[in-house]
Design a binder for this molecule. Structure first.
Ligand code: SF4
Length: 375
């Protein structure tokens, strides 16, 4: 078992957007309603105590903090600074990174200056051209978010602390248009995400005989990128497949069979499995432990956490016998769920993942053969 060294800390439980596919607010889990709107400074101090206690016990010194929400910047700049000062004073002498995932609508020059001065890495969520983004990412009054996000993108474009864009795939859009559009902002990384779905709530665009729409959508972008279009921009999902094809370890928990050392801590101090479990069924993220009464070793013993640390042996029979299992790893844990077999299934995106991974494998083999012929 690996210790937990990645911490998603929810400093805000509310959001100024109301995205159609949001697992926090629009997939049945209403736990946010009873959460403190923002994490208290006392809770943040206690979180840091637990992190230090765990790192001391397991002798590791490399900590990743990711500030999340809801929308983390809703806390306002003064409280944001207070959190950072608590985190930094506690991690003095450690190696650490502080990042944030934001919808970017509240980033202004003051926030940006502070992020740059304090090396806080900013990842933002944006789904592509305005007309695509605004289909799903809008304010509570229905107004699309793209105009405000683009203001932030212009501010971030040349900044060292811009860490990348998360884009949820909409297979009804043109993949190349989306990819080319996003590249104009020169993000260091783009992460294309499969929408949250499982066997009881399959992806909307999976037709009866069409289980590879998502695979095909990603293959179009992979071919363009692999053949040289803006290939200096990293596409995390493809990179992580390539690492594993070459026998290296990856870091993305939605692929591969590596042990997952990541936990979410909600604004009231409760430990949660990965927060996207909320897309599975209401309360699926809960493990019944919190920072006041439980240390992180107790978290490691919880079933949902242990399952994600058992590698290939924890997968269903179909996945264990699959030829791409070391790369795919059964896909993202929440995407395996069904009421009958719980997580003992392949990903609901199995066919898409298989098609994409084997396509990338073939492209790499072909590329290697071409370079050997040239020599
Ligand atoms: S491609 Fe399908 S069967 Fe193979 S490991 Fe992935 S989810 Fe499992």
């Amino acid at each position: 078992m690996v210790p937990i060294s990645g911490f998603v800390i929810k400093i805000s439980s509310r959001c100024n957007l109301n995205c159609s596919y949001c697992y926090e607010y629009n997939m049945g889990d209403d736990s946010w309603k009873s959460m403190p709107k923002t994490m208290s400074i006392e809770t943040m101090s206690k979180v840091m105590d637990r992190i230090k206690e765990h790192s001391l016990k397991h002798d590791f010194n490399n900590i990743s903090i990711s500030l999340h929400g809801g929308e983390p910047l809703l806390v306002g700049i003064d409280k944001f600074k207070d959190y950072i000062s608590v985190i930094k004073s506690n991690l003095d002498g450690y190696r650490y990174t502080i990042g944030m995932q934001t919808n970017a609508t509240l980033i202004d020059q003051e926030f940006l200056n502070y992020f740059e001065e304090n090396e806080i890495y900013v990842g933002l969520s944006y789904d592509g051209p305005p007309k695509v983004n605004d289909l799903n990412r809008y304010y509570h009054n229905g107004k699309g978010s793209s105009k405000d996000v683009e203001v932030a993108l212009e501010l971030l474009k040349d900044s060292k602390i811009f860490s990348g864009i998360l884009t949820v795939i909409d297979v009804n859009t043109n993949p190349i248009d989306t990819w080319h559009y996003l590249t104009q902002f020169e993000p260091p990384i783009i992460d294309f995400l499969l929408p949250h779905a499982n066997w009881d709530n399959p992806p909307l665009s999976h037709g009866e005989n069409d289980y590879v729409k998502y695979g095909d959508w990603m293959i179009s972008i992979f071919d363009d990128w692999f053949n040289g279009y803006k290939s200096h921009i990293r596409i995390r999902f493809f990179e992580e497949i390539l690492y594993r094809l070459f026998g290296q370890k990856g870091t993305l928990e939605s692929l591969g069979t590596e042990e997952v050392g990541l936990i979410t801590i909600s604004s009231n101090g409760a430990y949660e499995q990965v927060d996207t479990m909320k897309s599975v069924y209401p309360g699926a993220q809960n493990i019944g432990l919190n920072i006041n009464t439980n240390d992180l070793d107790e978290v490691l013993l919880q079933k949902g956490i242990k399952d994600r640390q058992t590698g290939k042996n924890g997968l269903c029979t179909k996945c264990q016998n699959c030829k791409v299992v070391n790369i795919c790893g059964g896909g993202y844990y929440p995407h395996r769920y069904s009421k009958i077999l719980e997580f003992d299934n392949p990903s609901v995106y199995c066919e898409d993942l298989y098609k994409l991974i084997t396509h990338i494998e073939d492209a790499v083999i072909l590329n290697t053969q071409k370079s050997q012929i040239k020599q």
